[in-house]
Design a protein around this ligand. Structure first.
Ligand SMILES: Cc1cc2nc3c(=O)[nH]c(=O)nc-3n(C[C@H](O)[C@H](O)[C@H](O)COP(=O)(O)OP(=O)(O)OC[C@H]3O[C@@H](n4cnc5c(N)ncnc54)[C@H](O)[C@@H]3O)c2cc1C
Length: 590
């Protein structure tokens, strides 16, 4: 079945859950015309349904091929990419000075969900290009911007992000790729990178690689890493393509999912070294790379949302068609569609509610990142930057975990047919698996949340967010709407649990770090379950005020009573189980 972008849900999450409407009204988006949001999403939905979704299966079945260092993508891929750039989709949030449309990141976030839902392996390519654009725009010299930025913004060339090496995965500081400065100011780079997404492909004439490497006299670890721009083809003074650079795809991986996205081993230095240009300053590469990574982390969170929504749409359609058994209490001949069974309803509602919560968190992250650069008031910008930094690991890890869980349920709703490739449910499940791993594993996101984001300013950004969530819960309490059931009570309990767990972790992060680290993953889940629950309740209140509240109230209630309700036990997991985790060696290594 094809994909339909859930525009109403997306607009509700964007405008109310994520606070885009209020931010626009407060003037943080300058003269951005909010009326175009729905139109952009409608058009994106059409492009996704017409061009990208039909290629999703094709890409999964054909995968990619590597011959003589050249990658051939699946049939239809290069043409779809041409239509993508012709339609201006690559340039949605790119800087206007370099051919972009300058639309807010929040709008692009909603589009990213759409691309990921329709064809996640395709959408991954521009997702990384967008990160490259951000890094070059923020840290590159005017000269480099002049040559490369417009081509990346329009999508004429794509970008890659190259950190990983065999011995340097989560521990980026262990990387060994070497860069040596030349007399002409360029650098010669030699080394091998692995797992490089779209490191080589046939969709564009040139590829611009963003590569982390180490200078000969660089300090050890992350303090000695520099970022280099390495084009596949060097660019002549007149802008035409010149000499082939010494960076080649020497292998591609065979993977569980994302078959259509080439994952390449990149070799630099077989012919004297790749010519690279420094971005930012020497040994400041991690700072530049973080600009890319934060964008990409949000983007990967949105992959989780998109995959979840696609899996949900497909499961819903199947549950309305597949007939098995009868509704309880119904007599007569014939069987009913499985959607009549409460257990199937539960699975579908769980899928929809979790997807909606993940969506709202990701969009709220995008709005915060937007305000952090667009607002005129410095204090507003600083607060929004802290909010965006806090939410980024939650958006990435919570939303991709949900992508996996929802895709798992999608297979379950299909019964045995879910395990058979022909339905497509299995592809979503396979494709979703990597999203919890790349762009920093979800374990690394949880550690980032506890050790950096929570710990920043003694937890100030967490307390500020909790105060806002408290206001939402008060509104639900005050609504006296019986349709909310026990939503307010569940949210109130969860806020308490999140507050206590945050305090417990803050007290230990500096003094007993292993205790804090042992609770990082359940803490992130507790955060997501509480935040998501409050956001869905807030959205339901907004929908009610527009006369369309009933279904959103039911959704928010389901989430609160089935997911947020777990906050209490997650709090206990954080605070009570550190000792057992720290005693693990006696079990694991006995
Ligand atoms: C399909 C695919 C595409 C990719 N695309 C790119 C790309 O375009 N560019 C790029 O540079 N990389 C890319 N990667 C690499 C990806 O980002 C890494 O695989 C990921 O960061 C994890 O690193 P690793 O595989 O070395 O796992 P490891 O770092 O070995 O981690 C193994 C396990 O140990 C845990 N762990 C590791 N260190 C710690 C710690 N300090 N504390 C707690 N737990 C820890 C991890 O959470 C994980 O569960 C891609 C990978 C794949 C599979």
């Amino acid at each position: 079945m094809t994909y339909r972008a859930p525009i109403n849900d997306m607009l509700l999450a964007l405008n109310h859950g994520a606070g885009l409407k209020a931010a626009i009204e407060a003037g943080h988006y300058g003269d951005f015309d909010a009326d175009i949001t729905a139109a952009v999403l409608e058009e994106a939905g059409k492009f996704a349904a017409d061009v990208l979704a039909p290629l999703n299966r094709v890409g999964d079945e054909h995968g990619i091929k590597l011959e003589a260092n050249k990658v051939t993508t699946a049939p239809g891929w290069p043409d779809a990419y041409r239509r993508w750039t012709d339609g201006g989709w690559n340039a949605v949030s790119g800087p206007e000075a370099f051919g972009g449309q300058g639309l807010p990141l929040a709008i692009n976030a909603a589009c990213t969900e759409i691309w990921s839902a329709s064809n996640v392996a395709f959408g991954l390519c521009p997702l990384l290009t967008l990160s490259a654009i951000e890094a070059l725009d923020a840290h590159g010299s005017d000269e480099l911007k002049h040559v490369y930025l417009e081509k990346l913004v329009t999508g004429e060339w794509t970008g890659t992000m190259q950190l990983t090496e065999p011995q340097a995965g989560s521990d980026v500081g262990a990387l060994r790729t070497r860069a040596e400065k030349q007399a002409d100011g360029t650098y010669r780079i030699k080394g091998t990178k692995i797992f490089i997404t779209y490191g080589e492909h046939d969709m564009t004439d040139n590829i611009v690689h963003f590569v982390l490497a180490r200078l000969p006299d660089a300090p050890a670890g992350t303090k000695g890493i520099s970022l280099f721009l390495i084009p596949k083809f060097l660019v002549n003074a007149d802008g035409s393509l010149g000499q082939r650079n010494d960076i080649h795809a020497s292998g591609v991986e065979h993977k569980l999912g994302m078959h259509a996205s080439p994952t390449c081993t990149m070799t630099m230095g077989d012919h004297g070294g790749a010519i690279g240009y420094l971005i930012g300053e020497e040994n400041q590469g991690m700072r530049c790379m973080f600009t890319m990574m934060n964008q990409a982390r949000l983007g990967v969170g949105l992959e989780g949302v998109g995959l979840a929504d696609r899996a949900y749409q497909q499961a819903l359609a199947y549950a309305q068609e597949r007939k098995q058994g009868k509704a309880v209490g119904k007599n007569g001949r014939g069987s009913d569609a499985i959607i009549v069974h409460p257990d199937v309803k539960r699975m579908l509602l769980q899928m929809r509610a979790m997807t909606a919560a993940a969506r709202s968190i990701c969009y709220a992250t995008a709005v915060a990142l937007d305000i952090a650069v667009r607002a005129s008031d410095a204090k507003v910008r600083a607060d929004a930057a802290a909010r965006g930094a806090l939410l980024t690991p939650i958006a990435k890890a919570f939303a991709t975990d949900i992508g996996n869980e929802v895709a798992y349920l999608g297979v379950q709703v299909h019964g045995g047919m879910g395990f058979i490739e022909e339905t497509g449910a299995a592809q979503h499940y396979r494709d979703a698996r990597i999203t919890s791993i790349y762009e920093g594993t979800n374990g690394i996101q949880s550690i980032d949340l506890v050790t950096r984001k929570l710990a920043a300013s003694g937890g100030a950004s967490v307390w500020a967010l909790l105060a806002e969530l408290d206001a939402t819960v008060k509104q639900v309490e005050g609504s006296n709407d019986p349709a909310f059931g026990t939503t307010a009570a569940k949210l109130r309990d969860a806020l308490g649990a999140l507050q206590r767990a945050s305090r417990w972790l803050l007290d230990r992060v500096g003094t007993r770090p292993n205790d804090a680290l042992a609770g990082a993953t359940p803490y992130l889940r507790l955060f997501g379950a509480t935040l998501g629950g409050c956001m869905l309740a807030g959205e339901a209140l907004a929908a009610k005020s527009h006369g369309d509240g009933e279904r959103y109230v039911t959704l928010a209630r389901f989430f609160a009573e089935n997911v947020t309700v777990q906050a209490g036990s997650l709090e206990k997991t954080v605070t009570d189980s550190a000792e057992a985790v720290n005693g693990a060696d006696a079990v694991l290594l006995a």
